[in-house]
Structure formats: C-alpha cells, structure tokens
Design a protein around this ligand. Structure first.
Ligand code: B3K
Ligand code: ZN
Length: 877
C-alpha cells in the first residue's frame, strides 16, 4: 500500500470526536417494501471549535432532516456516499433525520438485514452507519431508546437492547414496542431483532440477589436444542461472579439465534445475536466439538458485558483490549468447566494452525495494528488468539491474585469509558506495583518469536545450564525486532519420572515442580544446582508464551516425557515433537527415494500411551493423533504437499497394523463406556474411541466393519460424523450410499447438512475437487449463507491441503472464482477465504506462480470491495 493512500486509517491519527451524542431516539418502522428509520440525536460539541458535524452513513435514502426542530433546506447540509455534514451547530443541538433502507436487499449481512424472514442487525464494527446517520465510532457512547413498529403476524417478537418500557398496537394489524437501555454504549453494540420466533426461558439470581430473566429466541421447532446454551450461560454468569467479581447489570439477558451470520456471535448489550451453530445442539445433531464451541462462545459473548461493553474500546486499533481479554476469559472458563489440559491443547492447536501462519506471512500485524483499510479484516487470529496469549502471560507473570487485583482496578477506573490497551496494562501494573514496560512490546511487535534452547548437564558439579536465545523474524514493515519479556515455565525431570527440586545458583531454597523463569534479554542463562543426575528438561510448560520452541531433545527423552511429564500439556507436546521428528524424517526419506520404515520407538511410545488406563482418555486421544498435514507443513522450508500426505497416510497405516489389538481393545472399551450426552467422561471416551477409529479404519477388514457399524448405529452425531469421515475418505463400496443416506436423513437440518458438505470437502481423495465442484452446484449449496460457504469452500481451502494445492492449480482456480462471486454479495466472508493464498511463499515455484496468479486475478477484478482488495493486495507482498 502506498504511504499516502487516503483509504488507510492510522492509529497515530486518532483524534477525540468533535461532537458527543448524549441520547438517541430511534424509530424503526419495519416493512416489506423497505424500512423507515427515524433518528433523534441529542448532541453536544466536544471542546471549543467551529468544525461542522460529520456523521457516518452508507446506503441510506434521506427522507427528511431537521436541526433543533426546524427542517433543513438543501443548502444547510451535504450528503455523500459515506457522510452527512451539517454546519452551524450550537454547543448543544438536536438533529432529526429519517431515511429508508432495504433490509431485504442486504446480502452483506451488516447493518439491518433479514435471515429466514427474521429482521436482525450486525453493527460491529461499522454497520450502524448502514441503519442511520451517526458518529459510528466506539468512543461515542450514548443512551438509546428504540421504538420498533412491525406486523403482528410476521413480527410478533420485537427486541432491542435494555428493557421494554412501552408497547401498543396501531391499525392494519401492526404493533409497536419501545426499548430503553440505561447504559450508555457505542453504536456497534446496538441490536434490533424482529420476527416470529419461539422463546426458551430461564432465570438466574445474581449473588446480590437480583433475578435476571434469561431468554433464548430461536426459529420455531428448535426449542429442544437450547438446553446446552442455557446451561452454559448460567455457568458463565456464576463463573464471572466467582472469578472476576462481575455481576450482570440488566434485568433481562437475551440471545437470538439466526441462520445467516457472518461470524460466530455478537455481544450487543443485553441482546446477543448468535449464529445458530453456536446455540442449537442436541446429541443427535451436534458433535462434542459443537457442544464445546457453544459453551465457549456463549460464555465469550456474556463475558463481553464487562470486557467490551461496560469498558469498551476507544478506537478499533484497541480491538484486542476487548477480544484478547475476552478470549482469555472464555478459555479460563472452559478450562474450569472441563479438562484444563485438554482445553489448553485445543487452544494452542488453534493458535498454531491459524495464527502462526498469519504471523509469518504477508498479513502479519501486531495484536495492536498500526493501520488498516477495512477494520473487518482485523478480526484476526492475531488480535484474538495471540491477544489472549498476551493476557495469559500477564496472568502468569502476576499470578491469579495479582491479575484479579489488576482487573478489579481496571473495572473500577474505567467503567463506562472507552479506553486503550495502555489503560489495561497500566491498571495491571499499578495494582501490583509491577513493571510491564518491556512487556508492552508484545502489543506493537508482530511475528512469532523463536526460542532457541540448549541444556548442559555438568556431572562434576551437579549443575544444569539452560541457555535460551530469543529471535523474532522480520515481518512486513518491521525489519528489526527487540527482545520480549515473557514467562518461561520449566521443569527438570529425574530418572524416576518425578520433577526435581529446582534451585538456581545463588538461591537458598529449592522447590519441586514447575518454575516460571522470566526472559527479557536476547540471550538468558539459568544455572540450576544440586542436580544429582542428568535430567530430562521439560520446557515451555503449559505453553507459557506464544513462541516456537527449538530444543533438540533426543527421541528417548521425548518418549520418556510422554510417559512421565507432570505437565499434561507437555506430555502431549512431547508426543507431537516425537511424531514431528519421525514424520519429517520419513518425508526426507521419501524425497530421497529411500523406502519408508516406521521406527519401532514411535509405535512403542504410542502403545505405552494406549495402555495408560489412569490418564484422561481425551488427553490420550490427542497424544495418539499424529500432527495434521497443515501442522507438519509448518516445519518444512518448502512445503512438499504430496510427500507430507503420503508419509502421514503411511504412518497411520503402519501404526494401525502394529497396534491393532490394543487399538481395538481400547476402541471397544470406550464405546461401551460412552453414554450419549454432554458429560465429561462420555465425551472423553468418544474422543478416544474416534482417535482409535481413525487408525483402525486404515485396516480393510476390521476397519471397514467398525466404521460402518459405528455409522449405522447412529448413536450420537460425534460418532456418526467420525465414522462418516472415514467412509467418505475411503473407496469402500458403501461410500456413496452412506453419503446419500446421511443427506436424506438430515436434509431439513441446515447445521447438519453443513457437516455433510464439509466431510466431503475435506476427504483425502484424488477426486475430491471434482466432488466439491459438483457440490458447489448442488441444490442445497448457496453463496448466500456464510455457514454453507465455510462448510464447503472454507473447509476445502483450509483443511484439505492435497486437494486445494493440487499440482494443476484447479483447486486454486475453484476457490478464487468463488471468492470473486461472493465478493459481490458478501465482502466480509469473501475476504476471509483469501488467507490460504497468502501462504504462497511457502510452496514450490510452480505452485507459487499459480497462487500468485489467482491473487492477481482477484486484485484486477473491477468493482472489488475494500475488504477483498486489502487482503488480496497485501497477500501479494
Ligand atoms: N465482537 C464480535 C465480532 C464482530 C466481528 C465484526 N466483523 C464477536 C466477538 O468477538 O465476540
Ligand atoms: Zn469477542
């Protein structure tokens, strides 16, 4: 991007708003032929200046405008595609406007739109300006009073933020309701919903004894799928009181589930709007992963009530202030509800799969970006997931109590304000008398640091010297990197498998277990004394910092840690490292034309894990599962798509043959133990059962039989989908019949049909692209529904490397074409599909060229949206 591009918004250009809005009165008249939005803004000039009032507004048809009660003549205001400018306002003013908008024609799903007949809104980040003219920026916080007028038959339910304060009927079968939100809020938290919806009700009594009505609104017929979301909500409310001392503040908390939604959910004050995928579930229709997703997204949006809504962002460069912190809070919550180690592993897997590539590619940016063209492009894994890791490091550096003191001070100081990440860090520091000066670099420096470690045991004086060097690779616009301050959790394991007491040279006493060291320098050395034998080091326990650890540990030590590491995360990590080592060695063999031979030690280590009856089955499932192709690729200088695929298939099959009996025994035991439903033990058993099935299904005799039996049993969707995934990837004669049968069984259930699309898009088969092309023409496929787009095209591009990166480039062509088609109707979702192309540098020359050609093709399309243009053109770098 050229430096002087007027479309680029820079953090350093932030200025306080010229006007403030104290009160907003909205009058929204819903109709089939368009919706009329009346607005009455009570404004106050902010400081002494003579600048005009400039309101944001896009795609609005002006019907009337009046200032202080007097209609404005055409010369008194200026209207363009993005703004409404009014000159000559006094220190205080009331501006009234009326406009017409077209929710039915709104395919971008931003602003007011219709999903399956239901009117709903999505305003974050800048969607409110598509509803009416406004100072659509988060540092303008106003009290809202919203009147909705609609049809009594098609919109019996009409909702907005806060509490209903008045209602009535008018002629023509129409009715109205007025909602009032007592809390000042930025426009991005505004919401309105109207339609014919069913409601599921419950209540929660806060610890101060206030009763809060809880209501989940869904399309009729889905009432029996809300139980899990409701339970999650109540758990989240109680947890936030217990862990952060935060109570809910309104009398009603509402959630509405809609079918067409650009992302997961939205935390609008008192009226969360959700993608139905994150609300609706019962064991027959949703997998355990879906159940977990619901629990964490419901909690996430609820937690935003304090971290995001009560204390909000000054500007969109501060996005990680609310998102990083709220992701950290939802991660803590899920860890408390279920297995903490399993949750941590899932979070780290997600970080590595999505954020590491972003941080190492052309779109790398710090968790606090310095500039953007389209803010919707910055709801990234970096802002969210790396942002959460940064908060987690503060938590680890200050400890649980210190962190709580810091969050208490943050809420006390900033309740009702729009603030910056600096305000958050300062509260953490002030409450703890801590120095996070150097730590602040995490907010402004992009790139994943590498920690290059070595350990030396000196038998003569019984000491162990740990040396840690940190290096952050250059990222676009940031050639030089400074050393970061981070917690580095380590343990040293003795020959008996127990953690050794740790004492650094110069210290008086030792403590067994994990020790949190602090790294600040480019190179740090730690000398542990009184170490009686050569220890096995366990570094970066719990993934205490978002870095790539480089520590050459012999395979025997990794196998030892798989069995003995007291840190469950690191037990899994040791398994991953061992598997990476073996698989990458096989990739090298294959490339050199050597025969593939699976080392015995991997089978032995996994066999030992399978025999561990005491361990959490879910943890074992994760340890048994070899790193995926996308993860393996991250370790190669130039990604060899085919070699990685072949080697992984080879290893799974060879392991299945070696461990056949033990896999089968464990499979059967888990199958017998699991009960349908969302209880931890059953979910863990299913997890291990399906991990075993992934191996067993490589065996043509017993594998086929087992997968088909599991599919036909139809016990839970978790088991059905795991079996169908194996069947869809196979050449078994039952394949087509099973896919047809699944479709017929669930054809009226869009969330389940999404799974049917995904299972085919991700199947590892030579003809997957042909299937996907056919599916793109299937009568159930539509580019209008974001879930469907992600289920087919998103899954194909991001989770099926051999098909997407097909050597002839046909996979690229297919996805690029769909991006262009989708851009015309929904730029936000289209832009999200580009990311895999941004990784072009990582591939061989032929693929590089094909990927670049597609990016160029996208960029040269006339009339491209800002969203797609920004991502595609930056990806070319
Ligand atoms: N805050 C919303 C995300 C809005 C995305 C706008 N493109 C959901 C969340 O993070 O909770
Ligand atoms: Zn969020």
């Amino acid at each position: 991007m050229p430096q002087n591009n007027p479309d680029v918004i820079h953090l350093e250009d932030y200025r306080v708003p010229d006007f403030l809005i104290e009160h907003v009165e909205l009058h929204v008249d819903l109709g089939d032929g368009g919706t009329r939005v009346g607005s009455r803004l009570t404004l106050r000039r902010n400081g002494e200046h003579g600048r005009p009032l400039v309101l944001h507004g896009e795609g609005l048809e002006l019907l009337s405008i009046a200032l202080d009660g007097k209609s404005l003549a055409a010369g008194r205001y200026r209207l363009d595609d993005e703004t409404l400018t009014v000159e000559g306002l006094g220190a205080e003013a009331v501006l009234e406007t009326e406009c017409r908008i077209d929710p039915d024609g709104n395919t971008a799903l931003e602003g007011l739109y219709r999903s399956n007949g239901t009117f709903c809104t999505q305003c974050e980040a800048e969607g409110f300006r598509k509803i009416t003219w406004y100072l659509d920026r988060p540092d303008v916080m106003a009290r809202f009073r919203t009147t909705i007028v609609g049809d009594r038959t098609t919109q019996p339910v009409m909702l907005s933020n806060g509490n209903p304060v008045a209602s009535g009927t008018t002629g023509d079968n129409r009715h109205w309701v007025t909602w009032e939100d007592p809390f000042p809020k930025p426009s991005y938290l505004f919401a309105l919903v109207a339609g014919d919806l069913a409601v599921v009700e419950d209540s929660f009594t806060t610890r101060s004894g206030r009763e809060v009505a809880l209501r989940i609104y869904v399309e009729h017929g889905n009432e029996d799928r809300c139980g899990h979301a409701m339970t999650a909500l109540k758990h989240a409310m109680a947890w936030d009181e217990r862990v952060y001392g935060r109570e809910y503040d309104l009398d009603i908390f509402m959630i509405v589930a809609v079918s067409d939604f650009n992302m997961g959910a939205m935390e609008n004050k008192g009226l969360n709007v959700f993608n139905a995928k994150y609300i609706l579930a019962k064991p027959e229709t949703a997998t355990d992963v879906d159940f977990d997703g619901i629990e964490s997204v419901v909690a996430h949006e609820y937690f935003h009530n304090w971290t995001g809504n009560r204390v909000t962002c000054r500007d969109w460069f501060q996005l990680t202030l609310k998102e990083g912190l709220t992701v950290f809070r939802d991660q803590q919550f899920s860890a408390d509800m279920n297995s903490a180690a399993v949750k941590r592993i899932a979070d780290v897997q997600r970080l590595r799969a999505a954020q590491f590539p972003e941080d190492g590619g052309p779109l790398a940016h710090p968790i606090q970006p310095q500039s953007y063209i389209e803010i919707n492009n910055f709801y990234t894994a970096t802002v969210y997931e790396k942002g959460a890791e940064v908060i987690r490091m503060i938590h680890r550096l200050l400890g649980t109590d210190g962190f709580r003191k810091g969050s208490d001070l943050y809420f006390e100081r900033h309740d009702g304000q729009a603030v910056t990440t600096e305000d958050f860090v300062a509260a953490m520091e002030d409450a703890n008398d801590a120095d996070l000066g150097q730590f602040r670099r995490w907010y402004v420096q992009a790139g994943t640091p590498r920690l290059i470690c070595s350990g030396d045991y000196d038998a003569a004086d019984g000491s162990y010297l740990l040396t840690v060097r940190q290096e952050t690779p250059a990222t676009p616009g940031q050639p030089e990197k400074a050393p970061l301050h981070m917690p580095f959790a380590v343990g040293l394991i003795g020959r008996d498998g127990a953690d050794l007491p740790l004492r650094l040279a110069g210290e008086n006493s030792a403590e067994a277990g994990t020790r949190v060291l602090q790294l600040r320098e480019a190179e740090s050395r730690f000398r542990f004394v009184d170490i009686p034998e050569r220890p096995v080091a366990s570094l970066l326990r719990g993934f205490s910092a978002p870095v790539r650890l480089e520590f050459a540990q012999p395979a025997e030590d990794l196998a030892f840690r798989m069995a003995h590491d007291s840190d469950d995360f690191n037990r899994w990590e040791a398994a991953q490292e061992l598997q990476n080592k073996v698989l990458l060695g096989l990739v090298a063999d294959r490339r050199a034309g050597r025969p593939l031979v699976l080392p015995d030690m991997l089978a032995e280590a996994l066999g030992t894990a399978l025999d561990d009856d005491g361990a959490d089955p879910s943890l074992l499932a994760l340890m048994l599962t070899l790193p995926g192709e996308v993860m393996l690729a991250q370790h190669m200088e130039v990604i060899d798509v085919e070699a990685i695929h072949d080697v992984r298939e080879f290893a799974v099959k060879a392991l299945a043959e070696r461990l056949r009996d033990r896999l089968l025994a464990r499979y059967r035991a888990c199958h017998a133990a699991a009960r349908p439903g969302f209880d931890g033990a059953s979910m863990a058993a299913r997890h291990l059962q399906n991990a075993c099935l992934a191996y067993l299904s490589q065996l043509d005799d017993i594998g086929r039989e087992t997968a088909l039996a599991q599919y036909r049993e139809r016990r839970t969707m978790t088991e059905t989908m795991a079996a169908l995934a194996r069947i869809a990837a196979s050449d078994w004669p039952e394949r087509d019949e099973a896919l047809a049968d699944f479709h017929a069984a669930w054809r009226n259930d869009p969330l389940v049909i999404d799974k049917w699309f995904t299972v085919q898009a991700t199947a590892a088969r030579a003809d997957t692209l042909e299937h996907v092309l056919a599916l793109a023409g299937h009568e159930d496929f539509t580019l209008r529904n974001p879930n469907r787009v992600r289920a087919l095209i998103g899954a194909f591009a991001s989770a099926n490397p051999t098909a997407f990166h097909r050597a002839d480039g046909a996979g690229y062509d297919f996805v690029a074409e769909r991006i262009l088609a989708l851009d015309a109707s929904n730029p936000q979702v289209a832009a999200r599909l580009i990311a895999p192309f941004g990784q072009w540098r990582r591939y061989d020359k032929a693929r590089q060229e094909r990927m670049l050609n597609q990016l160029k093709r996208i960029v040269s399309q006339p009339g491209l949206s800002k969203d797609v243009r920004e991502v595609a053109s930056k990806s070319l770098n």
